[in-house]
Design a protein around this ligand. Structure first.
Ligand code: GLC
Length: 423
């Protein structure tokens, strides 16, 4: 079977009837941003199914507008923490936090493949997409308009060094005993540590006690960090939602989104750190202490994807990216290999993620950084072709790691990394 056929086969096999799982056993439910990326893969061969993926995600919308990070349509004893631990959700049991809002970005791309076919489908989910973005603005907004996360899982970059200092302050004394399930599926060396896991669960317990009042959790909870990844993805998603608002003819919503976008440059500037990396970078900031995480993660390189106009800083960011890539055989490591905390196989502390490469390269290409964009694409192609549709990849050896037959890696292949996606 050629790689395109294999990728399509993975999406079909991870299809649970209208929604996909990231991969069997390790992640047996519908994850938010995984699902949005997966729609891009389906769109290359089955547009109806691509829309269905986005619609199924929208079915989980909370009354306050939030789209949760996991939808539990059933329980699964093989996964922890499942629905009985979270005790959240409205129409569908869910987790109590969100994930990066890739859905509007994916919806625009799927829509533009066939606007006539897509318009009624877009109309069906548009109000819920807009409600989610408004929720971000209300309940996840930092002091300068940056987007904050209330749990490392919310960022989608679970164990990035961005959270280390803020996590250290999360109290774990009251945590009840629990058994991890993730390390039964994949090597513990590739997963977050048990100290990190304790804090993830302590944060979950705090949110559950707060009745999943998402505004209160952001304002008073033990963890609130302004996240460059979430900030840049949301800015990009707002631009795409604005285009979709115009497509459905909703001028009032378009005006609201445009007003929020006026803050984009201020929000990004508030995350900039001159001293980070070789020439400066966008870094996370702990909103409880004001301290910045001095780590150059791949989230910083989503600034182009956000469509920022700050040419001097973006030039410096390109220099920092060049320095990061000098230390890696493959682009783009999730943490600068020069950082002493870099670990090439541990999840978000070094490995390459195909979806992040997809976003970084699209941003670079749109900003006219064509050589860098091409490098990221070719590297992604080579990694998948040689290591398979793995969850993530070692930036030094190129080996695949984590889960196998991964939906978002297959989707990124079909939509962009495959030679057949060229042009
Ligand atoms: C891990 C990743 C997260 C992803 C999930 C399912 O938790 O860190 O980004 O959504 O797995 O693939």
């Amino acid at each position: 079977m050629d790689l395109d056929a294999k990728a399509r086969d993975i999406l079909r096999r991870n299809d649970r009837g209208g929604h996909t799982v990231p991969t069997a056993s390790l992640y047996p439910f519908q994850w938010n941003w995984d699902s949005a990326f997966t729609a891009l893969g389906f769109a290359t061969f089955d547009l109806d199914r691509a829309w269905r993926e986005l619609e199924s995600l929208a079915e989980g919308t909370w009354d306050n507008g939030m789209w949760p990070h996991i939808l539990f349509r059933h329980d699964d004893p093989d996964y922890f923490p499942g629905p009985s631990v979270w005790r959240a959700g409205a129409a569908i049991p869910s987790s109590g936090i969100t994930q990066p809002p890739v859905a509007a970005i994916a919806a625009r791309r799927v829509f533009e493949r066939d606007p006539a076919l897509g318009l009624p489908r877009l109309r069906g989910i548009f109000a819920r997409l807009a409600a989610w973005h408004a929720w971000f603005h209300r309940d996840r907004r930092g002091p300068s308009g940056e987007t904050l996360v209330t749990h490392p899982w919310e960022s989608g970059r679970d164990n990035a060094p961005d959270w280390d200092a803020a996590l250290d302050r999360v109290p774990v004394e009251k945590l009840a005993a629990y058994v991890r399930r993730d390390t039964a599926h994949v090597d513990a060396q590739m997963r977050p540590t048990s100290a990190e896991y304790d804090r993830y669960l302590a944060l979950l317990a705090w949110g559950r006690t707060a009745g999943w009042d998402t505004g209160r959790i952001a304002a008073e909870g033990p963890f609130a960090v302004a996240d460059p990844g979430m900030t840049f993805v949301l800015i990009r998603a707002e631009r795409d939602l604005l285009a979709l608002a115009e497509a459905v003819g909703d001028a009032r919503e378009a005006a609201r989104i445009a007003a929020r976008l006026d803050e984009a440059e201020t929000a990004a500037a508030a995350l900039w750190v001159d001293e980070a990396g070789a020439a400066g970078a966008y870094c996370a900031r702990d909103l409880r202490t004001g301290r910045r995480a001095m780590a150059v993660t791949s989230a910083a390189f989503l600034a182009w994807f956000a469509g920022l106009a700050d040419a001097p800083r973006l030039q410096r960011l390109a220099d920092t990216l060049g320095h990061v890539l000098d230390a890696a055989a493959h682009a783009v490591p999730s943490l600068d290999p020069h950082d002493p905390r870099f670990e090439p196989k541990r999840y978000w502390r070094g490995p390459i993620w195909a979806i992040v490469n997809w976003m970084i390269a699209h941003g670079l290409a749109e900003a006219g950084q064509t050589a860098l964009a091409a490098r990221v694409r070719i590297d992604t192609r080579r990694l998948i072709a040689s290591a398979g549709f793995r969850e993530y990849f070692d930036p030094l050896s190129g080996e695949g790691a984590g889960g196998r037959a991964f939906s978002w890696t297959a989707a990124v292949w079909l939509d962009w990394a495959s030679p057949s996606a060229e042009g």
